[in-house]
Design a binder for this molecule. Structure first.
Ligand code: HEM
Length: 409
């Protein structure tokens, strides 16, 4: 089949207010128009069916090496100025294939197994309680800044071995990192600022690497440094790039899972009551928040040969945007997909991706969210809780709240 396009339909429409608020409207339009769609404006294929997204993510003919390796990034001038951050970005496991990907992932995967994460339950609960003890008497909060970010950043930073006084620093760096991998390169000046920010982010770790080398600690950073020193199993770019990845991936998304999930509950009061009355639902509830309104809305893969997806001819090297959020609302996979159903069974959402790059931190993200929601629901009493105002950040790859103000009595 030939590529066909309708210039009014584009994933870039997500940047318009109507779709920033509700991206699922656009995904339904795209899926109904053409589920494997050549987006002329975005210069990428856009895949919106659950079955097709899974098929691509398990297909070895696609590479995860992508955003930072195309002509835009590889011009001589650009590399002369930004070679170092671009090189470091490209050494993150997220953007690598086997065997480099397997090597890097295996170095850190032990820190995120369900058993290891379960041992963090008491300390995460303590952090949730401390934050809420401070917030509750105030009668209101901005959920993202007051609760979600401090919780998620403290948990991942502590795991990595970063001191508490520095936690606030990497919130902006992580947000900038998210914007960098968002894939919208239309404003070059903005991309340059984001790269400068990423440079600062990775340089910041050098001091910890030196400190850990002279005074070894019992943390994840030390384990990665030992691997660099002893076996040469990762080089310095990989060390710094993957610290940044763990910090950024480890808290932006988790924080926004708490924000998006709470907003969904407030907009569906009957589900709020259901969960408050039955805390055994918490695990399936968090999975439903992830499906219903995931912080991660898409990822990208590139075919290494010419091939077909659902009958469409895709050329080697063309970008393929995989709509994770779209797949999570595909009616062929999920009955009544736009309805929040906390007791949904067979919830095969792809909010954490699928296949070799399946989210490494999913057990940690789920536990943090479960503890945050359980504790919040014990303390918040409907109908004395008011949703004041909220706004989403325009983005292609993420659906994240800029702010979410609530008040309670
Ligand atoms: C990968 C989502 C929390 C670390 C991924 C991917 C997704 C995702 C979709 C796959 C990307 C792709 O295939 O291109 C999420 C969501 C989270 C979350 C929705 C929270 C709600 C975390 C946490 C960590 C983490 C807490 C902590 C370390 C990673 C890493 C990868 C990854 C390191 C790359 C894995 C690889 O390339 O093998 N995540 N994530 N994530 N995530 Fe998460």
């Amino acid at each position: 089949m030939q590529q066909k396009s309708d210039s009014s339909l584009s994933i870039l429409n997500l940047l318009q207010p109507e779709y920033t608020l509700n991206p699922y409207l656009l995904y339904h339009q795209l899926r109904e128009h053409d589920p494997v769609y050549w987006d002329q404006r975005f210069q990428s294929w856009v895949v919106t069916r659950h079955a097709d997204v899974i098929a691509v993510l398990r297909d070895p003919r696609f590479t995860a090496k992508r955003a930072f390796q195309d002509a835009f990034w590889e011009s001589e001038d650009f590399l002369a100025a930004f070679g170092q951050p671009v090189r470091v970005l490209n050494r993150q496991m997220l953007f690598l294939d086997h065997p480099d990907h397997t090597r890097l992932r295996s170095l850190v995967s032990g820190a995120f197994t369900p058993r290891v994460v379960e041992n963090m339950r008491a300390s995460i609960q303590h952090e949730v309680d401390t934050l809420l003890d401070d917030i509750m008497p105030k009668g209101g909060m901005e959920v993202i800044a007051d609760l979600a970010y401090p919780l998620a950043s403290t948990v991942i930073a502590t795991l990595l071995g970063i001191p508490p006084e520095d936690h606030a620093k990497f919130v902006k760096w992580s947000d900038d990192y998210g914007a960098l991998i968002d894939g919208n390169k239309s404003q070059i000046e903005h991309v340059i600022c984001l790269l400068q920010s990423f440079s600062e982010f990775t340089n910041y770790f050098r001091k910890f690497v030196d400190q850990h080398k002279s005074d070894p600690q019992d943390d994840l950073m030390q384990a990665m440094i030992n691997a660099e020193e002893q076996g040469g199993r990762l080089n310095e770019d990989e060390l710094l790039g993957n610290f940044a990845l763990l910090i950024a991936a480890g808290h932006i998304t988790t924080a926004h899972l708490i924000g998006n999930g709470l907003l969904a509950l407030l907009q569906n009061p009957e589900q709020f009551y259901q969960l408050k009355q039955n805390s055994d639902l918490i695990s399936s509830a968090v999975m439903e928040f992830l499906r219903y309104d995931s912080p991660t809305q898409s990822t990208e893969r590139i075919p290494i040969v010419d091939l077909e997806i659902a009958g469409k001819h895709i050329k080697k090297g063309q970008s393929v945007l995989l709509g994770l959020g779209a797949a999570n609302h595909d009616p062929a996979q999920f009955p009544d997909p736009d309805h929040l159903d906390l007791s949904r069974t067979d919830n095969r959402h792809v909010a954490f991706g699928y296949g070799a790059h399946f989210c490494l931190g999913s057990p940690l993200a789920r536990l943090e969210a479960e503890l945050a929601f359980n504790t919040l629901l014990q303390r918040l009493i409907q109908p004395h809780i008011q949703l004041e105002k909220y706004e989403y950040t325009p983005s292609i790859a993420f659906h994240n709240l800029k702010y979410l103000h609530i008040t309670f009595t």
